[in-house]
Design a protein around this ligand. Structure first.
Ligand code: MG
Ligand code: MG
Length: 275
């Protein structure tokens, strides 16, 4: 989800505080549909992770995801969204998010970010992972692991009574303590009947600020960490977001429901490492 960052950060966070009208609290029935959509998303990601190998084309991964989403009785969230032409996003190396899967062939040493969304009963779920293909250096594995862990840091703050800024700052502090750039222009988001709902969930911010987290809210938290600067630009296809300095980037995302008991990570995968 794209945001404008012309405004000072504190003003941006004030906007989030004031803009509570668009927040939707989900009923149990709505949450049930989102759990089903999330189950499709996590199954598709697991299938993609099994399918990635050197020599496969990005568009083949897209085809695998498209078939599986349909087989499971769901619809893809991204296809046609603001004109996006594919079922999933596949972003290579310095591509951060929104890569359009095409003829590009996956090679040994590539870093692939896969982003999947699915709709069941009119409700979306959204999740992303980054993996290295074959042999890569330890600095690459460290970036991927830090991004995954920064998401877990954020999830640990998704508790009723906390604020969005608690989630944002936990991600930012973790990422920057390891020396990575935290992408500013693209942020997490509320999710439900629409893929992108209020509130925005930035991966940077101040603890104790922003919207109060309440049971019934569902948010997608999605840190994007760069090896170098946080700055980004968009390629001529008008979709693919890349690091301005050409450094590697990684992206992890989960759809999370806030319940009375705490965070329920709807898109958690069966074989996912959590700690
Ligand atoms: Mg996503
Ligand atoms: Mg998202």
């Amino acid at each position: 989800m794209k945001i404008e960052i012309d405004k000072p950060q504190n003003m941006f966070l004030e906007d989030i505080v004031s803009n509570v009208k668009g927040i939707t609290l989900k009923s149990d029935a709505e949450l049930h549909q989102m759990r089903l959509a999330a189950r499709v998303v996590s199954a598709v990601i697991e299938l993609l992770l099994e399918s990635i190998r050197p020599g496969i084309k990005a568009k083949d991964l897209d085809g695998i995801a498209d078939s599986e989403i349909k087989r499971l009785g769901a619809k893809p969230s991204f296809k046609g969204y603001r004109g996006f032409p594919a079922t999933i996003c596949v972003s290579f190396n310095e591509e951060i998010v929104h890569g359009i899967p095409g003829e590009r062939i996956v090679s040994d040493g590539d870093v692939l970010s896969l982003d999947v969304g699915a709709i069941v009963g009119g409700y979306h779920s959204d999740s992303a992972v980054t993996v290295a293909v074959g042999e890569v250096g330890s600095e690459v594995l460290d970036l991927i692991e830090a991004t995954r862990l920064s998401l877990e840091e954020g999830i640990s703050k998704v508790v009723p009574g906390n604020r969005i800024g608690d989630v944002s700052s936990a991600i930012q502090n973790f990422a920057e303590s390891r020396g990575y750039g935290v992408v500013r222009e693209y942020v997490g988001h509320g999710i439900g009947r629409a893929l992108h709902e209020e509130p925005s969930v930035p991966n940077f911010g101040d603890p104790g600020k922003g919207l109060l987290l309440r049971p019934g809210m569902v948010i997608a938290v999605e840190p994007m960490l760069n090896m170098g600067s946080w700055r980004t630009r968009v390629l001529k296809d008008d979709w693919t977001v890349v690091t301005e300095d050409g450094g590697l980037s990684a992206h992890f995302e989960h759809t999370i429901a806030i319940t009375e008991k705490g965070a329920e990570v709807l898109t958690r995968r069966t074989h996912e490492i959590v700690s």
